[in-house]
Design a protein around this ligand. Sequence first.
Ligand SMILES: [Zn+2]
Length: 96
Amino acid sequence: MTADPDAATGESRCWCCGRETAEDALVRLGSHPEVGICVNCVHFLRRKARDLQATAMRQRLRGAAESARREVMARGWHDRPVIGPVLRWINQRLPW
Ligand SMILES: [Zn+2]
């Protein structure tokens, strides 16, 4: 692929989807200005990045919940008279 617009049409190709797009409608990457991405692909990549961030956050929260669960079990807090029922209630309602 080339960064140079087509001399006849003044259009360039999106490096993501390959569609011919007007040069001024392409977003150029900062460190690699030869790479142009159309607006549709920019939105797609933003959604993809947001999904990846959400997945990473869910994994971190799940890990923290598992760690807290292990600590509670190791210390026997789930069997204590007052806090035990509360901790078991919370555990039943956690999504993991
Ligand atoms: Zn595209």
